[in-house]
Design a protein around this ligand. Structure first.
Ligand SMILES: [Zn+2]
Length: 72
């Protein structure tokens, strides 16, 4: 399953298998989605991370840390 590495508003990296980019609408706040960040343990606005600026280790760690769930 393909997963997307995302970054929460606090800068934590994690991943999700269900980032529904195609459902984004202009009415939402930027490109962010409300997701439960595993490190903040609360809902945060998360955006897809730019893999080009991340190290392999950062990406590997993010892929191991999966979002518990997401809303909206
Ligand atoms: Zn966070």
């Amino acid at each position: 399953m393909e997963r997307t590495v995302v970054r929460c508003a606090e800068g934590h990296l994690f991943s999700t298998g269900s980032f529904p980019l195609q459902n984004l609408r202009p009415a939402r706040i930027g490109p962010g989605r409300l997701m439960r960040c595993p490190q903040c343990a609360r809902l945060r606005s998360a955006v897809p991370a730019d893999l080009a600026v991340l190290s392999t280790e950062q990406i590997t760690r993010a892929l191991r840390r999966e979002a518990a769930d997401f809303l909206a």
